[in-house]
Every structure is written in structure tokens, then in C-alpha cells.
Design a protein around this ligand. Structure first.
Ligand SMILES: Cc1ncc(COP(=O)(O)O)c(C=O)c1O
Length: 440
């Protein structure tokens, strides 16, 4: 981009930021107060935005309301966890049932956890499952199981991958807070040769992969790549762990079902908890039996809230009464159509959307490429990405600052149509900035 155009883009962004600051005085005041007791005013780094984050007061249905009285369509969808929105009547009924008839913190096994476990096993084709409090924990436990089962240590993972708070691989290396720093073999996502070589190398216990890298920007694994992982791992005696924390909502049986994959272990989280903290991991019974406490050498697996009554009831109600297999397939197809329309209206510009079904991410690659197979290959025009976020917010859409859109089930088609129009409006207002460079 020429330096003159770059200056104009910065000026447009500065204007958008100034409008945001003017429209959000209460959020600013709350942030100024929050920094006194929370580092950076925040307890979830992903929610920080400059110059200060918008503070949300409440949510209802598919909408949220900011402290500054702005009503927004929640397109962030709690990074895929808010599938049921903010006040789904079935979830509200389940909450009431727990509070009125079951109680919280019963300190015992319950028949409800069996029901929920059976539901998950049947739906996602796993033989046995255990519950945790987060997707992070689910992945840590799955890795422990794989190491125990294979008696090996190394884990093959992928650059741009994210498997939880201590399990990030942005930039192709373990994040500074990563656990077991020495035991990772980090490979380029969608690179078949390097992946096969890494899986066959000495001392590998498991390969842990997202079928679509969510935090990495909704980059989809190609069917060849995922099949290569499955086949190579099986030949090499390495366990194949599919992280379905984000992708289990993509089709009736998750991404594995849609792509015909049969991993040894799967991990779950997000929406499956019905709106409260949740995680689960499961798969082959011979691997999961490591956690059977009837055996003296069982792997310890505890967690005060693993079977908390709220998650067990809300999750089960959502899985069986709301997001039934038919609904999952229909919703995923609806998301796919929306994603295609977005890519139609952005064709020939620097804006493109990647993703699968109802989960997608806006990108502004510097080189204007619209096919992205690896997070590391994309350098984005950050100012454009920021401008897009501010402009969508002004149009009433709450998307994640990194460009993620994760649809809530009850979002009306009219709002999806309106978003497509707003994206068209963004392109026509910012033609000079989103135009592909002729020198390409
Ligand atoms: C693919 C994937 N795995 C694991 C996690 C971690 O889940 P949690 O935030 O519940 O720990 C996430 C969260 O974003 C995720 O996207």
C-alpha cells in the first residue's frame, strides 16, 4: 500500500477510534477503575481491546447491551460457547430445575452425570468420557492419558494451534506459559510431509490437532491433512487426539463426523456445557480405563466441579432438547451459506472470511490472498482489521477484535442479511484501502 494511502487509512482509523471513545464514556470509566484491581483491567486477555474494552452489562437472546446503552447483535458468541444465546428458555428451565429440585454442590456421583456421559458418547462416537471444568483441562487430561498409555512423552502439535490457556502455539512455538515446554514437536498446519515425518519420529505419544484452528483464525484443516494424521498415527502407534472444543458443533457428530474421522481421543468444551464452565475428554475405552479408580495404579483425575449439577443438567438439556442432530446439521448448513455470501461480496478485495459452518474469521491479508491454509503464511493489514471492528460495532455487530464470528442459534436471518450489507458498505466506504494492489 502506498504511504499516502497508508496515512489516509490511519486517519480513518483514528476517526473511528475517536467516535468509539465519544460513544463509550461509561466503559472508559469502568476500565479506569478495573485496572486498579485487575492487571490491565482484565481477566481474559482475549477480551482486551485498545483503547479500552467495551463493557457489556447484559445479554438477552442473541443480543448484548453495553454499559453505554448500545444494543449489539452478539456475533462473538462467546468464542463458540454461547450457541444457545443468553437466555434460552430450555436452559432457563434447566437452571430453575437445578436450583429448585436438585441443589448445587451435592458432593457425590449423580444419575445425571451418567445420562450426560451416555448422551455425549452416543452423539460423538466415543466409548467413554470424563468431565472437566474447561477445554484446557480436557486437553491436559487427554495428553496425560496418551502419555500413560504409550509410555512416551512427545506430542506433535501445530503452529497457530490453541488447545487452552497453557497450550498455545501461536508463531509456531509453545507460548511462554506453556506446560512441558520440551516435549512438543511443533509442525506447520496443513503440511502433510512434515506432519507425517513428525508423527513417525522417535518418542511420540500423540498428535493433538484442531480440525479447524479456531484461535489461529478459523483456518480449516484440509481433508487430506486430517486423513494423513489419522493414517500415519495409526501406522506409527501414535494416538490421534482431535480437539473438538470449538468444532463439535459443526454437524450432528462434530467435525469428526462431518469428515469421517475416527480419532483415538476427542476433547470437548464450550457450548456443550449449556452456558457454564465445562470440558470433557473421551474416546477408546482401553485408553480411558487409565482413569478407573478401582485399579490401584489409576491415573488420578479429580476436580471439585467436574460433575457440578448445573453443567450436567444444562449441558444435557442443550444437547438433547435444543441442539439435536437435525438442528446441528441445519444450523451448520445455514452458517455455510452465510460464509459463502460473505466471500462473494468481498471477492476481489483484501477482505476474506475463512472458517466452517457457523464459525468464521475475517482476514485482511496484505497480499490479498483469499485461500489461507496456515496462520503463519498470512500477514494482515492490522489497521484495516481494526477499522472493520470499529465500523461493525457502529453498525450494531459485536464481533471479536481478532475478526471471529461465532453465530448464536437463534440469530434471525434478517441480521445475517444485514451483516452482509454492512460488509458491502464497509467495502464501498473503504474502497481505496481494500483494493487489491495492482502490482501483485
Ligand atoms: C480448540 C480449543 N481447545 C481448547 C480451548 C480451551 O478451552 P477453555 O477456554 O474452556 O479452557 C479452546 C478455547 O478457546 C479452544 O478454542
Amino acid at each position: 500500500m502506498s504511504s499516502l494511502r497508508n496515512q489516509d487509512l490511519q486517519a480513518a482509523l483514528d476517526d473511528a477510534i475517536a467516535r468509539y471513545v465519544r460513544q463509550s464514556p461509561k466503559s472508559k470509566a469502568l476500565h479506569d477503575e478495573a485496572v486498579k484491581s485487575l492487571p490491565g483491567g482484565n481477566t481474559r486477555a482475549v477480551l482486551h481491546t485498545d483503547p479500552f474494552p467495551l463493557c457489556v452489562r447484559s445479554g438477552s437472546g442473541y443480543m448484548v447491551t453495553s454499559e453505554d446503552e448500545q444494543n449489539l447483535v452478539n456475533f462473538t458468541g462467546e468464542f463458540t460457547a454461547a450457541l444457545y444465546g443468553h437466555s434460552h428458555p430450555v436452559i432457563q428451565g434447566a437452571v430453575r430445575h437445578v436450583l429448585e429440585n436438585v441443589g448445587m454442590n451435592v458432593s457425590a456421583t449423580t444419575s445425571q452425570e451418567q445420562l450426560f456421559a451416555k448422551g455425549i458418547c452416543q452423539r460423538f462416537g466415543v466409548e467413554q468420557v470424563r468431565f472437566t471444568n474447561s477445554g484446557t483441562e480436557a486437553n491436559l487430561q487427554a495428553l496425560a492419558a496418551a502419555r500413560h498409555f504409550t509410555k512416551k512423552r512427545k506430542i506433535v502439535v501445530f503452529g497457530g494451534g490453541y488447545h487452552g490457556s497453557f497450550l498455545g502455539f501461536a508463531g509456531g512455538k509453545p507460548a511462554a506459559n506453556n506446560v512441558d515446554v520440551d516435549d512438543w514437536v511443533v509442525v506447520k498446519y496443513n503440511d502433510l510431509d512434515c506432519t507425517a515425518r513428525a508423527i513417525r519420529s522417535e518418542g511420540v505419544a500423540a498428535v493433538l490437532v484442531e480440525g479447524m484452528q479456531g484461535a489461529g483464525g478459523c483456518i480449516c484443516g484440509t481433508p487430506e491433512f486430517l486423513t494423513c494424521i489419522q493414517e500415519t498415527a495409526s501406522e506409527a502407534g501414535v494416538l490421534f487426539i482431535l480437539d473438538e472444543v470449538m468444532t463439535s458443533r459443526m454437524s450432528a457428530n462434530g467435525l469428526a463426523g462431518a469428515q469421517g474421522l475416527n480419532p483415538d481421543l476427542k476433547t470437548f468444551g464450550k457450548w456443550l456445557g449449556g452456558g457454564v464452565a465445562f470440558g470433557a475428554f473421551g474416546g477408546r475405552a482401553d485408553i480411558m480405563s487409565a482413569f478407573d479408580p478401582r485399579f490401584p495404579r489409576a491415573l488420578p483425575h479429580s476436580g471439585t466441579f467436574n460433575n457440578n449439577t448445573l453443567a450436567m443438567h444444562l449441558g444435557y438439556a442443550g444437547l438433547t432438547k435444543i441442539y439435536t442432530p437435525d438442528v446441528a446439521n441445519e444450523f451448520t448448513a445455514r452458517g455455510g451459506q452465510f460464509l459463502s455470501r460473505l466471500n462473494q461480496v468481498t471477492e476481489g478485495t483484501k477482505l476474506c472470511f475463512t472458517g466452517c459452518g457457523t464459525v468464521m474469521n475475517a482476514h485482511f491479508p496484505v497480499d490479498g490472498s483469499s485461500v489461507i491454509t496456515n496462520a503463519a503464511d498470512v500477514t494482515e493489514v492490522q489497521q484495516l482489521k481494526d477499522l472493520f471492528w470499529f465500523e461493525m460495532l457502529e453498525s450494531g455487530f459485536w464481533i471479536a477484535r481478532r475478526g471471529l464470528v461465532a453465530l448464536i442459534l437463534e440469530t434471525p436471518q434478517a441480521e445475517l442479511d444485514r451483516f452482509v450489507s454492512c460488509v458491502e458498505g464497509f467495502i464501498s466506504r473503504n474502497k481505496a484501502f481494500v483494493a487489491l494492489d495492482q502490482t501483485r
